[in-house]
Write a protein that binds this ligand. Structure first.
Ligand SMILES: Nc1ncnc2c1ncn2[C@@H]1O[C@H](COP(=O)(O)OP(=O)(O)O)[C@@H](O)[C@H]1O
Ligand code: SF4
Ligand SMILES: [Mg+2]
Length: 333
């Protein structure tokens, strides 16, 4: 019996699920000219429970895709580990470990080979990984189409014959073909027409409910995360500034940056310009990070301590499971 496609019981309530994936103290920097490094990701830690969807949000350039690549094993962090079911993944992952964490990219067109039919792509994967044989291959291909909401006839199509939304479904089917434990979806709707964005988000919610997999859904769009995630992490300049259950974060944000994002994103697809309108100035350059709290040059709440002391990611008071990196995280709005 195919484990990944077996219909699983509904996901456990957020926070109670067993830990499937964990990022622990990830740091990534890139060399940018002699003697200079750009810190893309700094001290990023989080967990993902079984059957859980974690959203990662933040403005463009804050390090989301770099985190995604570390999770999927495409980029080795300078320090820190990614663990799957309690086992730290080595720098060189085995085939099985690669299969376990699958990345779904933003632009499904560029990641699909235009010369191969959907059936050929899926068959190749299934045979290469020894996941199906003989007649079972066709059955599995059909099963995958059903899972992503496409008709069986789509198996005969080539990438150019599909719409953007359909191509994203095919990209998801391809990721699911190798029976992953975790899907990492990096901006899965941002290249799509607004009319199909919600349907693709609903597909992720459906997969979470039907399969025993966890999902990390990365988006610059807070409304997308609100639509589908159980928990959310907010990133700013390479760091997580707030993380917790979605209802806590959206109803009672404790970090001024989260508040600004929320104020700018009342519905799907607000666009980054509206975020800027609510905040002073642009995000600082990643190569010249502010001292103290990285958000202090733009923060409406900043005080002298903020420029001097980096706030740690600590529990917000009130018994919530949420963490916030702000000296004034106990203040309610
Ligand atoms: N290979 C690279 N070399 C140099 N800088 C990079 C590289 N990849 C990403 N960066 C930089 O790291 C920062 C984070 O990038 P990224 O993770 O793509 O952010 P996001 O996905 O949130 O937009 C950005 O400043 C980006 O320019
Ligand atoms: S620590 Fe200070 S600058 Fe940073 S978010 Fe909190 S109030 Fe703003
Ligand atoms: Mg990105």
């Amino acid at each position: 019996m195919d484990q990944a496609l077996a219909v699983a019981p509904p996901a456990a309530p957020p926070g109670t699920a067993r830990i499937l994936l964990a990022a622990d103290g990830l740091n990534v920097s890139f060399p940018v000219g002699p003697g200079h490094r750009l810190v893309a990701v700094e001290d990023v830690s989080f967990t993902l429970g079984e059957g859980e969807t974690l959203g990662i949000v933040g403005e463009s350039g804050c390090g989301k895709s770099t985190v995604a690549k570390c999770l999927a094993g495409l980029l080795r962090p300078g320090s820190g580990t990614v663990s799957l079911q309690g086992v730290a993944l080595p720098a060189r992952r085995s085939h099985q470990q690669h299969r376990a964490v699958q990345l779904v990219f933003q632009g499904p067109y560029s990641s699909l080979n235009p010369r191969l039919s959907v059936r050929s792509v899926l068959r190749e994967l299934l045979l290469f990984h020894g996941l199906a044989r003989g007649d079972a291959v066709e059955g599995r291909c059909r099963e995958l189409m059903a899972l992503v909401g496409l008709p069986e006839g789509a198996l005969d199509g080539y990438p150019s014959s599909f719409s953007g939304g359909q191509r994203q479904r095919i990209a998801i089917a391809r990721a699911l073909a190798v029976e992953p434990k975790v899907l990492v979806a990096d901006e899965p709707i941002s290249a799509l027409d607004v009319s199909v964005q919600a349907a693709i988000l609903d597909l992720f919610a459906d997969l979470r409910d039907r399969l025993a997999i966890g999902t990390v859904l990365i988006s610059h769009n807070l409304a997308a995360v609100r639509h589908v995630c159980d928990r959310a992490a907010v990133m700013y300049l390479g760091r997580i500034v707030e993380i917790g259950r979605k209802d806590e974060i959206f109803a009672d944000p404790r970090h001024p940056y989260t508040r600004a994002l929320l104020a700018a994103a009342p519905r799907l697809r607000p666009g980054p310009d509206r975020v800027r309108a609510r905040l002073k100035g642009e995000p600082p350059s990643m190569t010249e990070r502010p001292t103290g709290c990285p958000f202090h040059p733009r923060c409406p709440r900043a005080e002298a301590v903020c420029g001097a002391q980096l706030p740690e990611l600590l529990p917000a008071p009130g018994g919530s499971s949420r963490l916030a990196a702000c000296h004034f995280r106990d203040e309610k709005t």
